[in-house]
Design a protein around this ligand. Sequence first.
Ligand code: PLP
Length: 406
Amino acid sequence: MSDMNPFVSHLEGAIDGARLEPNQVHTLHEGRPIWVRYDLEQVAQRMTKELVASREPTLWRYRELLPAGERIVSLGEGMSPVLPCPRLGSAMGANDLWIKDESQLPTGSFKSRGLAMAITMAHHFGIERVAIPSAGNAGGAAAAYAARAGMECYVFMPEDTPVINQYEAAMAGAKTYLVNGLINDCGRIVKEGMDQMGWFDLSTLKEPYRIEGKKTMGLELAEQFQWELPDVVLYPTGGGTGLIGMWKAFAELGAMGWLASDKRPRMYSVQSTGCAPIARAFERGERFAELFPHAESMARGIRVPVAVGDFMILDAVRESGGQAVAVDEARLPDWMRQAVSSEGISLCPESAACVGALESLLASGDIKPDERVVIFNTGAAQKYLEVMQTELPKLDCTQPIDYATL
Ligand SMILES: *Cc1c(COP(=O)(O)O)cnc(C)c1O
């Protein structure tokens, strides 16, 4: 049974620090998420930077810092490139701008990191049926990894989820349903169906392992920058797993003595004015967020009106000296077009919000022009046909072409 990483020391309730047994199935503890803890001293003895560098360029190269044992469910995920963005940077007045491009991961988004780990662990515990509420990309990734593991998967999405997300989940064999509500309504359907359907709930932060998968974004970032972290990370925030995971990664690397200095990035949690529960709680100085009413955003991945890990996001943002901000929903398509056309990176509307945040944080002086800034591009633009849609001019090939007018 125990095919788990032997360096996992225990699990821990995030709300009260309670120590929990690692070798059993967990969901929430006291209604709140659970951390995976490692014996970092032991890890530091066993794992070296050279050893990591000698391994395949996937997220599994950090296996001593991940919960899984030998048997993994994988589609070859990671490492994603971290790309310099001089053209976009100079247009914005940021002289050291980078985008870490997660659109290149399996199923076209960083959701594959979390779900590779969650499905691997579910598989390890003998779970055969999973269910997930999804605002878009999580459903596609869950469906793909469930198929890979030979598991049954149920996906519940808002009915206006981007069509590619709907079809990719269905194509991968998941029983996919469109719900006339938001992701929290989908989450309730999963929760209330648990007893009757016997499925395991893969919701964001409702099992302990998706954070560990998303943590690998932070581990990679550190390695790709030679263990010297950037000054600023801009992260589009829905449920917050990625931001929470990265902050945990930096803490673990720091404790292992792997980082070049004590510097940690200021973490900026970025949302849209259409749905900004975390930004609102940050502004009010609160640790827990309230349900954001009438949530609406074309950036579906960050249209999450309530997050079970709200305090974990806000703690990380405050500890880091960053902020939680909301940018103008109406300008997302412009920022998206600007980033894609100036750098060629397939930027999703969620990450377009980070471009907008960079603009305003530079203007306010919160980010300085020479600081090293990393934007996470969490998904591929191609998944958002509804946002990309544009009318193209037509040419009649039976007539002479008037080239001067092209
Ligand atoms: C899910 C998602 C997000 C939000 O991620 P969290 O880690 O849950 O905050 C951002 N962008 C895209 C494209 C997503 O699919």
